[in-house]
Design a protein around this ligand. Structure first.
Ligand code: PHE
Length: 338
């Protein structure tokens, strides 16, 4: 009697059905269809006992082997689907990208760069000088000798004495020493600004920090007058803040200028001093080897933080160096503008 059960046909039918099962539900349906209690292979196995005796061993063994193979095929297909789910295209390419957090320039840097650009437009060169300065340049050669009351204007941060008897050094209290250094190396006409940090051991308040950024300006040429000083600084202020801003010049004293003045800007109903200035003292011009009856000029030193306060409406100068990111993030929108 011919075999009534075509095990090979069953196997290929079961395998191609399994290959089209694409999710857990379809796999379960397949399992029920083939290996379940009323499944097709189960029915074959159960029917073995009704076969003619001589067919039973072969069909029984073949059907049992096939059962084992289909069980492992099911497990393999299950693993395949799980793997496809995790490795597959789980990225939704239509979602907007996530931006990595980007820093921005510090507000004082933004303002310093704007100021530098404004002075460049007015024909100034930009140079820098040392933060650690010799006493001689910071004071003596600016006509502030030891014992001069002007030294008391700033409590100075000295670099520790090494008892070698060498020259004393300090963290510069202003950028004015660069007036002397620049005059040593350059001939008039001179038109230069010097941005940089200065240090004063002062009590801090809303408009004073112990470290500040200054921009020094020095202009030396023939026949310059106080009108050039006023015209230059007013042109600068107009370019920085627009025409509406109110300014005032008042007399002030600095030993290295004569006459000296300060420039105040109207700020929140008050006046904020943003710079000291004046005509370069004739003795300083003579010390530089120039004839002070031919060469005159003016100098100024302005506080960058003060200008930044005006520009951005910051009420307390101490915010600038507290490194509070909530404050610094306010300036993200100016990224790339300097
Ligand atoms: N160096 C002075 C200060 O720090 C400012 C100044 C600079 C004044 C140049 C006059 C001329 O206060």
């Amino acid at each position: 009697m011919a075999l009534e059960v075509d095990l090979d046909g069953l196997e290929s039918e079961a395998r191609s059905a399994l290959a089209t099962a694409n999710d857990a539900d379809a796999l379960e349906d397949w399992r029920v269809d083939w290996l379940g209690r009323r499944g097709r292979l189960t029915t074959v196995l159960r029917g073995v006992r009704d076969l003619p005796v001589e067919q039973r061993p072969a069909i029984g063994a073949g059907a049992n082997r096939l059962k084992g193979e289909l069980e492992s095929a099911l497990a393999a297909r299950q693993a395949e689907l799980v793997a496809a789910e995790t490795d597959g295209p789980t990225i939704d390419v239509t979602l907007p990208g996530r931006r990595p957090p980007l820093g921005s320039l510090h507000p004082v840097t933004l303002t310093r760069r704007t100021m530098e650009r404004t002075f460049r437009d007015l024909g100034f060169d930009v140079v820098e000088g040392p933060d650690i300065e010799l006493e001689e340049y910071n004071f003596d050669r600016l006509r502030i000798p030891a014992g001069h009351p002007a030294r008391d204007m700033w409590d100075t941060i000295w670099i520790a004495d090494d008892d070698s008897g060498g020259p004393r050094q300090l963290l510069r209290t202003h950028t004015s020493p660069m007036q002397i250094r620049y005059l040593e190396r350059r001939e008039p006409p001179i038109r230069v600004i010097v941005p940089g940090a200065c240090y004063r051991y002062e009590a801090t308040d809303a408009t004073h920090e112990w470290m500040l950024t200054q921009i020094e300006g020095l202009v030396i040429d023939q026949d310059l007058s106080f009108a050039h000083l006023k015209g230059t600084l007013e042109a600068f202020v107009r370019r920085m803040f627009g025409g509406e801003i109110e300014t005032r010049f008042r007399c002030d004293y600095f030993p290295f200028v004569e006459p000296g003045a300060e420039l105040g800007v109207r700020w929140q109903g008050d006046w904020l001093e943003v710079l000291g200035c004046g005509m370069v003292h004739p003795e300083i011009i003579e010390d530089a080897g120039l004839d002070s009856s031919r060469y005159t000029g003016f100098a100024f030193g302005m506080g960058v933080e003060r200008v930044a306060m005006l520009q951005y409406g910051v009420r307390d100068i101490r915010h600038f160096y507290r490194n509070d990111v909530r404050f610094l993030r306010e300036f993200d929108r100016f990224r790339g503008s300097a």
